[in-house]
Design a protein around this ligand. Sequence first.
Ligand code: TXA
Ligand code: MG
Length: 328
Amino acid sequence: MNRVVAADAAGLRRAAELLRQESVCAFPTETVYGLGAHAFSARAVAEVYRLKHRPSWNPLIVHVATTAEAEALAHEWPPAARLLAERFWPGPLSLVVERAHHLPANGGPPTIAIRVPAHPVALALLRECGLPLAAPSANRSESISPTTAEHVIRSLPDVPLVLDGGACRLGIESTVVDVTVSPPRLLRPGALSLRAIRDVVGALQLSRPSGSSGQLPGSAEAAPEVRSPGLAHRHYAPRARLRLVDDPAALAEGSDPGTVGILTHLPAAAEGAHVELLSADPLEYGADLYAALHRLDDAGVATILAQHPPRGDDWLAIRDRLTRASAQ
Ligand code: TXA
Ligand code: MG
């Protein structure tokens, strides 16, 4: 049977059936495709870790259909959680809260990351199966996140089912915010901008990404420590070696054009055999970034010369992903 299926009523029924049987299924969200599993089935969650080759210390985000369901998974629902959920859910924001004591802990942290996704297929699936769904990005651990059903199949060839919802609208993972502390702390920059979050909660503490000297890339703000376990490593990486540079065209000159790819938002820098010229608008750039990295990998280049993205809040998540993708 075909493993990539349309997200129609029959597809949703088949996916929900798999999830109720404690198997797994990939589905689209507005950020990236997720690999879904019954969040509190040890067997289903173990299958997610196995398929993704994900280290067991890295916890998963739990997806639910409503804020009320999210609150039921939390021991406490602080004022910042209420304000942020009211403003941004359904949407690309994951909130880390204290875990309700009745939930199985399975040796994980005392907190839980939760979000209500803003994608009709994700919401329909959550309603159809009636389960909270743990769903990390549906790619092999550390590789490029998937923004199409085809990316999922290529990264996870053994996945039992993918609901095809077309290309993801945002293309960058959710912003992760810890609301157990005051002011709330940014754990992962993502599709929802810091400005939007600060407008609602005022101050936001920033965490330091791995391999940095205590500043978010392109940000003037220092930060104390890493608290999102999944950010401690090389991540979002294509097969090719990715280098962040100021002038990709100049560096590519003289090298074998077949072996070097260029990723840029500047038309002037776009010359060579394998060029991905992305939009100079951060939302459009973000929506196409992972697909562009997949295309450059498909072209078989050994090196990707990526133009440093602009500074500024709107580019924070993109700079974060490219910095991690370039980590050795
Ligand atoms: O947009 C998204 O968030 C996508 C879609 C599918 O919803 N999911 C996603 O999941 O990006 P994943 O597993 O690739 O990234 C989850 C991030 C990791 O950095 C993980 O360490 C962090 O969230 N995380 C999960 N639970 C946490 C917790 N209790 N405390 C701190 N960080 C947590
Ligand atoms: Mg991921």
